[in-house]
Design a protein around this ligand. Structure first.
Ligand SMILES: Nc1ncnc2c1ncn2[C@@H]1O[C@H](COP(=O)(O)OP(=O)(O)OP(=O)(O)O)[C@@H](O)[C@H]1O
Length: 312
């Protein structure tokens, strides 16, 4: 188990990380979510001992990770945000080079390099150079490199930045396979939908501080609205949308109402309020061109915590 306690780091006057604490259980995937500049990269760099913390501790199975070589560090693998590959060296040779740095040799090194290449779905490109790869394929090769020493915990810093949708799915397949093997993952991102897809637990950080640390289901429960109803008025000439919006806002169970032209987004405290709202619209004679219902997006949790969206 990884335990991060009170980590802090300042760059000059700027407090990049300010007392961050969280835990990662064995086999758990933790999504570290926050907007650009929230302190995610600084946090994971401190966890791996790449940069020195001003304060706080990081332990893995009770052993301090610290700086320099340590037994605990051997159990960690980091996929950094910036790609670290030799562009003109075939993929398999890149892996052999990184494996040698981890102390792997001979037949073990060769076997391990082939295994991790297969795991990221690049076996058929073993002899090709990264310079001929797409951004997503390079990223997958980087993931393979971080897995060579068979770490118990893999940390990925925004692994889908600059990646095409197809490769993005391939990355998710790889990460799901790693999860199925019982490995722990820390996944940093500013995309809630990515974190939600993978994570058993979500840690939200902003301005270097932890704002929430909970399972996705618990975060859903904390949302002020639980369901969303979207309607499109067929006839705004009869009554302007603003007037309808103002009346809707006063109905029972309605948490918030927004509109753009004839399209009205209604946030509800619970799904049971959807039918009465539709009935009210009907009784008031507002014909609908279209309507749809949806679960509230977990993305809104950041909005409700900070008053801003994740990607303002
Ligand atoms: N080497 C550095 N020197 C000075 N300031 C830094 C340095 N590294 C990070 N910072 C600052 O610390 C804060 C946190 O940065 P960090 O890279 O950890 O955030 P992040 O959440 O990973 O964001 P991003 O997704 O943009 O990488 C930012 O304000 C950033 O400008």
């Amino acid at each position: 188990m990884l335990s991060v306690s009170g980590l802090s780091k300042s760059y000059g006057e700027r407090r990049a990380v300010d007392g961050v604490s969280f835990q990662v259980q064995r086999g758990q995937t933790v999504g570290l979510l926050g907007p650009n500049g929230a302190g995610k990269s600084t946090t994971v760099s401190m966890i791996c001992g790449l940069i020195k913390a001003d304060g706080g501790t990081v332990t893995l199975d009770g052993e301090p990770v610290g700086q320099g070589a340590s037994a605990a560090k051997q159990k960690l693998g980091l996929v950094p945000q910036d790609l670290a590959l030799y562009e003109e060296l075939p993929a398999i040779e890149n892996l052999k080079l990184f494996g040698a740095l981890y102390g792997l040799k001979g037949a073990t090194l060769k076997k391990r390099a082939e295994e991790v290449l297969a795991l990221v779905g690049l076996s058929d490109r073993a002899k090709d150079k990264p310079s001929t790869f797409s951004g997503g394929m390079k990223r997958r090769l980087n993931i393979a490199a971080a897995l060579l020493h068979d770490p118990q915990l893999l940390i990925l810093d925004e692994p889908t930045v600059g990646v095409d949708p197809q490769s993005r799915n391939a990355i998710f397949d790889t990460l799901e396979a790693l999860k199925a093997q019982g490995r722990s993952l820390i996944y940093t991102s500013h995309y809630m939908e990515e974190v939600e897809r993978l994570a058993d637990h979500i840690v939200i950080i902003d301005h270097g501080k932890v704002l929430a640390d909970a399972e996705p289901a618990e975060l859903y429960r904390r949302l002020p609205a639980q369901a969303a109803l979207q309607v499109e008025l067929a006839d705004t000439a009869r009554m302007p949308a603003e007037t309808v919006v103002a009346a809707l806002a006063g109905l029972p169970g309605v948490a918030a109402v927004r509109h753009e032209g004839a399209q009205i987004d209604i946030s509800l405290h619970a799904t049971i309020h959807a039918a009465p709202v539709l009935r009210w619209l009907d009784e008031q004679g507002h014909a609908l061109a279209h309507f749809s219902t949806a679960r509230t997006k977990l993305e809104d949790i950041f909005l409700s915590l900070t008053g801003r969206t994740l990607r303002d």
